[in-house]
Design a protein around this ligand. Structure first.
Ligand code: ZN
Length: 98
């Protein structure tokens, strides 16, 4: 059945996107999504939830292993990955643990 422009537009009047709610971390001042762990310090509501230092170290060791397997100099590969990371970080979604 034919639907009018008006009906289509009325329906779409509820499809507007809203900006993500961003708040600043009380511990380190970095901005993070509401109800999500702060990615910079790993705290949520004043509690340490994610061990950020351990996570970074784990990632670095993983990248080194990967580079070794591929036969690339670990230092060189690390630099490349770091450059990539800087670009990707704003898009990344945070995972919250209760
Ligand atoms: Zn923080």
């Amino acid at each position: 059945m034919r639907h009018t422009k008006g009906h289509t537009r009325n329906r779409r009047s509820h499809h507007a996107l809203t900006a993500p709610r961003i708040s600043s971390c009380p511990d380190c001042g970095a901005s993070h999504l509401r109800h999500r762990v702060c990615e910079t310090c790993g705290k949520y509501r004043g509690k340490q939830v994610v061990d950020v230092v351990a996570k970074i170290e784990k990632k670095n060791t993983r990248l080194k292993d990967k580079a070794r397997k591929m036969g690339i100099d670990p230092g060189e590969a690390k630099e490349k990955e770091e450059k990539k990371e800087k670009k990707e970080t704003p898009k990344k979604k945070t995972t919250t643990k209760k």
